[in-house]
Structure formats: structure tokens, C-alpha cells
Design a binder for this molecule. Structure first.
Ligand SMILES: Cc1cc2nc3c(=O)[nH]c(=O)nc-3n(C[C@H](O)[C@H](O)[C@H](O)COP(=O)(O)O)c2cc1C
Length: 401
């Protein structure tokens, strides 16, 4: 078992440097700032491979100055995809297509991160704007037949969905091996960071939650049994992922009717993950049951921050907070309070891909435009100076009343 290595960068920034813009070193990787683009599924892959869409979608976040750019949940096997349009990293051709994206992202100074996923029982659905509804006969006629997923217990995720096959020991071994193979391909694909997706009701959480795990063997029962799959999987991925590259884990900190998986459980899990070399606990919530729109945590600004704070304090593992973080001072405040180590944004980045540069200005950084690529930065700095001059001149020329 390897210890996570986290330290602030050796090149100490000036005292006035906002925490949001201080680099962070995780194992052998130093990221330029604490701003992370959170994974965002696009339903735009072709045969599991990322397309020009992904290059532009993720590339613009790297251009905007983020420290880490996450690609969306990327499946470790063909049949573990949520939809026909989800990407994967289970073929060499897919890894090659990802390489084009990571080369660009890294060329812009951001770290490229992959989120490895397996939907378990939540496979064969339509896109979110079609309600994530299960594929049916009409889709089969269009050449998109549904398929059954794999899960710890044979319980469908919603009415109309195919009942998943209960996994036997070989299935468990195969799914773990698929994650290991995917991690190795992620290295070939040029990713700096690998995240295991253990949240949102997908396969790992299906093992963790007593709602979806009714097993009576060593992979079910009490929390030790229900954690076993997650821990074996993470151990195997850690062994396959280079020791100098960080491994993240995204967990649903609370989930299920009546808080059946709660923060006490998550603290135990995070501790075990830390012992196994996980470097960052990415705090999310929900997904195990109920409709897509069910919010197990009230949607207030920074709604996962209290989880990040508690895990960081009690487990001593670095944490990433996400969820309605939209303002620079809000983000800086969480870092100042020691609530988390990284700030992740999803929808806000879609709204404003240059959010990091805007945040730098808001926090009073000198020359915030320099976070943007040179063909933009020089012009925007000139524009800023012109606007300032123009405002001063207008002020000076205003007639005295
Ligand atoms: C379009 C979209 C797609 C998403 N896809 C993923 C995904 O692939 N994996 C994941 O863990 N979370 C996914 N999420 C959740 C986000 O990563 C994030 O945790 C959530 O949107 C809350 O952050 P926000 O308030 O900044 O949007 C997605 C969110 C959005 C808006």
C-alpha cells in the first residue's frame, strides 16, 4: 500500500497569491492551480471514441486556464456504458482518439484527467434530456437494442429496465481487470490523473449500498463485505497506475432512502481508500435510487463542501468539493477555511469556460489574462488598459456641476 503524497509546491508563491491560484503537487504531478473541470457526460461519442466535439469541449476549458480538466465518465467495457453514445477506453483506437484530446489539453498547461466508470445495472438508457429512460422496442428497431447490465444483485434500476445479471466471482474478477486494462490504456492515452467513479449509483456504489447489494457471500452483508469490491478494485488500479501519478476516487458521500449510506460510512471508506493509495476524495452524492432529479442533498451553493470538510479533517485525505460553486470569492473562502484542496466546477464552466481568468481578476491577481493563451492574452490585456484609460478620460472630462 502506498501513502498519498500531497504537498504544496516547492516554489512558494507570493504571500498575496490567492489560494485558488497556488499550484498543488500530488505525487509527481504539479497542477497550476486549484480549479478543476468536473466530469460532464456529453453523449457525443462514436463507437465509444471521443470526437471533435470532445476536443473542442474539453480543449476550451484548458484554454480557459483550469488546472485540471476531467473528461467525462469513460467506460471500461462496451457493455458498461450508460448509452450507445458514451465514450470508453476499452480499445486501442479509443485510447488513440483520447490522445488527441489530452495532447491539446496538456499543451494548454492543464492536467488531463480521466474518470473510469462502469454503469453496472444503469446501462442501456437514453440521454438525460430523454429522461435517462431505458431503451425499448422502438430503439431496437433503430438498431439500438437494450442489453442487460451486471450488478451485485439482480434488481433493475427502474421500471422498464432489463434486470441485471447477478455477478459471480468471475464477473467480479473480470470487471476489476477491465478497470486495470482501462487504467493502462489511460496512460497510453496521455492522462495525468485517473479517477475511479465510485458514485452516482454505478457499479461500485451498487456494491456499497444495501439497497442494491443483497448478496450473502463475502461481497455483501455488513459494510466490510459491501466495501470489498471497491477496495479490491482500487488496489488493482493503483498497482496498474504509475506510482508518480495521482489516483482520485469520486464517492457519493450520502445516498439512499433515509440516508442508508451516510457520512459515517463514507469516512470509513475514505480511510480505507487512503491506505490503498488514493490521493484525492472527490465528494459527490446521490444516484442509487429514485429519479434522476432526486436531490439527496439540498441544492445550495457549495452543497458538497461540508462533506469535503469532514473527510479532510477526520481522514486526513485531500478532498475535492463540487456543487454550485460559481463565485471566485466563494471558492477562495472554502480553501481559506481548509474545507478542501481542489475546487471543481461543472455547469459554471459550460456557462463561462474562461471562469479561471475571470476568477483571477476578481481575486485581484496581476495580469489575469495571462491565464489565457498568448493569442488572446496580449489583446485582452490591451483591451483592459484601453477600457481603464477610457473610463479615466471620461471621468476627467466630465463637466464640473
Ligand atoms: C452535463 C453534465 C454531465 C455530467 N456528467 C458527469 C459524469 O460523467 N461523471 C460524474 O461523476 N459527474 C457528472 N456530472 C456531475 C458534475 O461532475 C458535478 O458534480 C455536478 O454537476 C455539480 O457541479 P456543478 O454545480 O458545478 O454543475 C455531470 C454534470 C453535468 C451538468
Amino acid at each position: 500500500m502506498t501513502e498519498p503524497q500531497t504537498r504544496d509546491t516547492a516554489q512558494a508563491p507570493a504571500a498575496a497569491q490567492p489560494l485558488l491560484f497556488q499550484p498543488l503537487t500530488l505525487r509527481g504531478l504539479t497542477v497550476r492551480n486549484r480549479i478543476v473541470v468536473s466530469p460532464m457526460s456529453q453523449y457525443s461519442a462514436v463507437d465509444g471514441a471521443p470526437t471533435d466535439w470532445h476536443l473542442v469541449h474539453l480543449g476550451k476549458f484548458a484554454m480557459g486556464g483550469a488546472g485540471i480538466v476531467f473528461c467525462e465518465e469513460t467506460s471500461v467495457s462496451e457493455r458498461s456504458r450508460k448509452t450507445y453514445d458514451c465514450p470508453g477506453i476499452y480499445t486501442d483506437a479509443q485510447a488513440k482518439a483520447w490522445r488527441r484530446v489530452t495532447d491539446f489539453v496538456r499543451g494548454q498547461g492543464a492536467a488531463a484527467a480521466i474518470q473510469l466508470g462502469h454503469a453496472g445495472r444503469k446501462v442501456a438508457t437514453r440521454a438525460p434530456w430523454d429522461g435517462f429512460s431505458p431503451l425499448g422496442p422502438a430503439d431496437a428497431e433503430q438498431g439500438r437494442p437494450p442489453w442487460a447490465g451486471l450488478a451485485p444483485s439482480p434488481i433493475a434500476f427502474k421500471e422498464g429496465a432489463m434486470t441485471p445479471r447477478e455477478m459471480d466471482r468471475d464477473d467480479i474478477r473480470n470487471v476489476i481487470q477491465a478497470h486495470v486494462d482501462a487504467a493502462k490504456r489511460s496512460l497510453d492515452a496521455g492522462f495525468d490523473i485517473c479517477e475511479v467513479h465510485g458514485a452516482h449509483g454505478y457499479i461500485i456504489q451498487q456494491f456499497l449500498s444495501p439497497i442494491t447489494n443483497h448478496r450473502t457471500d463475502g461481497y455483501g452483508g455488513d459494510i466490510e463485505g459491501r466495501m470489498r469490491f471497491a477496495l479490491e478494485l482500487v488496489e488493482a488500479v493503483r498497482a496498474a497506475w504509475p506510482a508518480d501519478r495521482p489516483l482520485f476516487f469520486r464517492g457519493s458521500c450520502v445516498d439512499g432512502r433515509g440516508g442508508i449510506w451516510n457520512m459515517d460510512d463514507t469516512v470509513v471508506l475514505a480511510g480505507r481508500l487512503k491506505e490503498r493509495g488514493v490521493d484525492m476524495f472527490d465528494c459527490s452524492s446521490g444516484g442509487i435510487d429514485g429519479p434522476l432529479t432526486l436531490h439527496v442533498v439540498p441544492r445550495v451553493p457549495g452543497y458538497h463542501v461540508p462533506f469535503a470538510r469532514r473527510i479532510r479533517a477526520e481522514v486526513g485525505i485531500p478532498t475535492m468539493a463540487v456543487g454550485l460553486i460559481t463565485q471566485a470569492r466563494q471558492a477562495e473562502g472554502y480553501l481559506e477555511a481548509g474545507d478542501c484542496d481542489l475546487i471543481a466546477l461543472a455547469r459554471e464552466m459550460m456557462w463561462n469556460p474562461n471562469w479561471p481568468a475571470h476568477a483571477a481578476k476578481e481575486l485581484g491577481m496581476a495580469r489575469p489574462h495571462e491565464l489565457l493563451p498568448r493569442p488572446y492574452a496580449w489583446w485582452l490585456q490591451k483591451r483592459e488598459e484601453t477600457l481603464e484609460l477610457s473610463a479615466r478620460t471620461q471621468h476627467d472630462e466630465r463637466p464640473v456641476a
